[in-house]
Design a protein around this ligand. Sequence first.
Ligand code: NAD
Ligand code: ZN
Length: 359
Amino acid sequence: GHKYKNFPMVPKVIFGRGSFMQLGEILLPKRRNSDAPFIFLVDDFFHGKDLEQQIPWLFNDQIIFISAEEEPKTAQVDALVAKIKSDFDELPSGVVGIGGGTLLDLAKAVAIMLTNKGSSEQYQGWDLVANRAVYHVGVPTISGTGAEVSRTAVLSGPDKKLGINSDYTTYDQVVLDPNLLKTVPKEQWFYTGMDCFIHCIESLTGTYLNAFSQSYGEKALDLCKEVFLENLSEEESEEKLMMASWHGGMSIAYSQVGVAHAMSYGLSYLLGVKHGIGNCLVFEHLGEFYPKGVALFRKMKAKHGISLPKGICANLSEEDFNIMISVSLSMDALWENALGTNWREKINAEKLKEIYSKI
Ligand code: NAD
Ligand code: ZN
């Protein structure tokens, strides 16, 4: 039977300040020949910044700057793959994603689609990918999502926002260089960091919890508490949040997220609200599901003087609410993890509308 998941982990990881400088030597043995380039997909924040000069490009490698203004889309993945295929006669030696969850997921999806037929939207789901991806390397520049360790690449398609979940999605190599986090703006630092905190709360209070998930989740939660509630040095804070993200991602690999993610997906689908802030907007109103987590969240928010936008759902129509509610309620596994197998008796459309109305 299929009682237990058998899932891949990132096989190689380098950690340390300045480890990005070793990327060139890491890629060298993976270069098939001088006509098989490396493709660097880089958050366009870094265009013209120091990091651009440090990208170890050689021969006909290509650096493509991409805006993280919007979360990745299936059409965007397909267009990138078409461009790479038309620019080069050979399959690339590999793809390197440099940025936050947006760029990390985009690079995973491009690496998969370079070796698989059709459109990326055909692969949104579980274990639909037939062929191994090209070698791919993830370099996070903001911490929290856990996208650097996960076996999913979340994409918005024409009719759904859903990950490409497969054993080929996971990175072959990750570079964890805390120096890359220095320029993250404070609010974004908080929102993406809270994604990690919420992963921990949802995993640790969920019905899917097991000792494997718990061991990672507890470590990640402790690190989040240090980062967001204590007075660490900037260096310590960067390093600990980078590792919290890693452990938080590992924790949900073997369990699931919960109510905040289920509801945040609805907001994101209808209004394009981004993942980190969307989770925060929802989580604030989930005291009845996660009393301790929400109390800690409020403390963290106050300590860092973060004020969330208000009135996001103020002018929505009945139809709009229904769209968000149906997207949210379609995430069976998240609800089951949060509320148990009889979750349909514990949550309904009215209840969700009541919560969305407060946002
Ligand atoms: P992001 O990648 O969307 O980036 C957020 C903002 O921070 C952008 O403006 C970006 O330009 C900026 N930024 C990133 N690094 C920076 C730096 N070092 N200095 C200055 N600015 C920087 O943010 P995110 O929260 O990391 O990612 C969100 C995405 O992650 C969503 O698309 C979500 O679906 C996805 N996600 C994926 C997983 C997974 O397991 N695959 C898990 C959770 C979330
Ligand atoms: Zn998340």
